[in-house]
Design a protein around this ligand. Structure first.
Ligand code: FES
Length: 95
């Protein structure tokens, strides 16, 4: 189980490995989604804390759409996230 904690609107959601991150987060409205394919960056989030365990590393698409500096500062594209196992991340919308 992976826990996303959206610090700005006090939303906390758990996602099991194998479940779609997009399908789980999009209805919450904490972040917008657009292309769902890593192109538009609408779903960009900043991971403030955590996330190293339990999530896939940044994908090739994230490296194409985000700058290295943004990724180094914790930016991820939510539509590219895959829950691999247990973990926790405190996040906020990148925008
Ligand atoms: S929804 Fe477009 S990059 Fe994630």
């Amino acid at each position: 189980m992976f826990v996303f904690e959206f610090v700005d609107d006090d939303v906390r959601v758990t996602i099991e490995p194998g479940a779609s991150v997009t399908d789980t987060l999009e209805p919450l409205g904490s972040i917008p989604f657009g292309c769902d394919a890593g192109h538009c960056a609408a779903c960009a989030i900043t991971v403030l804390e955590g996330g190293q365990a339990g999530l896939n590393p940044p994908t090739d698409r994230e490296h194409y759409t985000l700058t290295d500096a943004e990724i180094d500062a914790g930016a991820r594209l939510a539509c590219q996230l895959i829950v691999l196992g247990d973990g926790h991340a405190r996040v906020r919308s990148f925008w």
